[in-house]
Design a protein around this ligand. Structure first.
Ligand code: B12
Length: 212
């Protein structure tokens, strides 16, 4: 079995030990860190999601897969890190209120950091008021909102409205992402951009801040 199939299976099965071993082996053999993340960890969590949807997995199985994903993320993240020094801009990130998913957001945060952005991660289940507070106090160039369920997507619009009401909307660019989100939705709620994955998120940030 090649490392991609082995690593994604280990993540899907929630086998942390195997996942760690295979991720280290792949990196030692020269696999690029980003590929280990995408073709190993993300592929594995997608497979866990598929099995869950089919009724073969239950929530605890997906939680185990998440833990194995995070082990791989922990190994890969330091290897993605860019050099210290010149920063391209400050980005505030968070999963919107009601949403506890954060694997995708964490990849976006890691890739932005690796591309020399300063990232302030507000975490998960972040109320609109906390984004407003961060916009006021941290003066980021960009706020990135993640929503991973159809039920929490609408809270993105709430953040934009809250920023408008606080008079802070014009001073910041808002980018959004997450599996149920689309470019069309971003337009509809008045966001400045949508990124389908972490690479697009980085490109978008560069374009919006004029630094890419
Ligand atoms: C892992 C997972 C969990 C884990 C979360 C662990 C964690 N720390 O995140 C656990 C087990 C805890 C969990 C819990 C729940 N989950 Co869940 N979960 C998933 C699963 C399997 C994978 C999500 C994931 O991490 N994908 C991998 C990442 C890397 O991909 P991504 O998020 O899309 O991120 C990429 C891009 O979208 C983009 N991106 C991401 N964020 C951002 C932000 C910006 C600004 C930009 C530009 C781009 C960007 O870049 C990323 C990298 O490429 C999905 C199913 C699926 N296959 O999507 C269900 C899923 C999202 N969950 C679902 C549900 C229902 C739940 C629960 C309600 C279940 C329950 N009964 O308790 C709870 C919700 C808890 C809550 N309040 O949020 C549903 C949502 C359905 C819906 N309404 O839309 C899904 C779709 C499963 C399903 N088919 O039913 N879940």
């Amino acid at each position: 079995m090649d490392w991609e199939a082995g690593l994604s299976a280990a993540v899907a099965q929630g086998d942390e030990i195997k996942a760690e071993e295979l991720a280290r082996e792949a990196l030692d053999a020269g696999a690029p860190p980003r590929e280990v993340l995408e073709k190993g960890a993300v592929a594995g969590i997608d497979e866990a999601g598929r099995l869950w949807q089919e009724g073969e997995y239950f929530l605890p199985d997906v939680i185990l897969a998440t833990e194995a994903f995070n082990v791989v993320m922990g190994i890969v993240e330091p290897l993605l890190a860019g050099e210290d020094g010149a920063r391209k801009g400050r980005v505030v990130l968070g999963s919107v209120e009601g949403d506890a998913h954060d694997l995708g957001k964490n990849i976006v945060a890691a890739m932005l950091r690796a591309s020399l952005y300063e990232v302030l991660d507000l975490g998960v289940d972040v109320p609109a008021a906390s984004f407003v507070e961060a916009a006021r106090e941290q003066e980021p160039g960009i706020i990135g909102l993640g929503a991973y369920m159809t039920t929490t997507m609408r809270n993105m619009e709430g953040v934009i409205t809250a920023l408008e009401e606080a008079g802070l909307r014009s001073g910041v660019k808002i980018i959004i992402g997450g599996a149920p989100v689309t470019a069309e939705y971003a337009d509809r709620i008045g966001a400045d951009g949508y990124g389908a994955d972490a690479v697009e998120a980085v490109r978008l940030a560069g374009r919006l801040l004029g630094v890419s």
